[in-house]
Design a protein around this ligand. Structure first.
Ligand code: AMP
Length: 203
């Protein structure tokens, strides 16, 4: 099984990718996480950190390279957060054997609400929400006991610009993917368990 999960920031991509990985025994290729791990690596385009702090997309040369390297290491995977542009979508079709893309759909208001209330485990990257899925009372991760905290790019201003950028780019991605592979819109405005049930009903 080779799947990709896309959607705006706050749509629940990481949460649902984790559930898919657990239930179908897939490796997770999280583009955001890979980029955070390499945020200070100097490249001819600068460091990933510079783009991520501004809420901009990291140049496709860096991201496509990460995807190409990651899919070589496994034959059962879920890619979290790729493709987000038309050229990334072309790269996905040319370079990987992804056969299904799940497009999580949430309103702008819900996406912003979730992003600005998000807490992430600094060790295992599990995602929490201050209100709906809180970490333990002492702020540690329910999965590994690591510290949880806010991502620097989850402030209101950056979250808003990431959302606007997503909306500018995504229409041609969906048009293109729809003609190439199985593409499913999944209504992401429900509890994680209900959204996962919706995913299971299409895959
Ligand atoms: P995420 O963890 O998915 O919210 O991504 C965090 C940041 O990583 C984004 O704001 C972008 O700067 C960068 N990023 C994530 N996915 C991509 C992608 N497919 N292409 C380019 N940059 C990305």
């Amino acid at each position: 099984m080779k799947i990709s999960v896309i959607g705006p920031p706050g749509a629940g991509k990481s949460t649902q990718s984790c559930r898919l990985a657990d239930s179908c025994r897939l490796d997770i290729i999280s583009i955001g996480k890979l980029l955070r791990e390499q945020k200070d690596v100097e490249t001819e385009y600068g460091t990933p950190r510079e783009y991520m702090q501004r809420g901009e997309l990291v140049p496709k040369e860096l991201v496509n390279h990460l995807v190409a390297q990651s899919v070589k290491k496994t034959d059962k995977y879920v890619i979290d957060g790729f493709p987000l542009t038309h050229s990334q979508a072309e790269f996905l079709i040319e370079t990987t054997e992804v056969h299904t893309v799940l497009h999580l759909v949430v309103s702008d208001c819900e996406a912003l609400r979730r992003t600005t209330r998000r807490l992430v485990c600094e060790r295992c990257c599990r995602v929490y929400n201050k209100e709906t899925i809180p970490p333990r009372q002492d702020g540690t991760c329910r999965n590994c006991g690591g510290e949880t905290g806010r991502r620097r790019d989850d402030n209101h201003e950056t979250a808003r610009s990431r959302l606007q950028r997503y909306k500018r780019n995504i229409a041609p991605v969906l048009d293109y993917l729809g003609g190439e592979i199985d593409l499913y819109d999944i209504d992401g405005e429900a509890s994680p368990t209900e959204v996962f049930r919706r995913i299971q009903s299409v895959i």
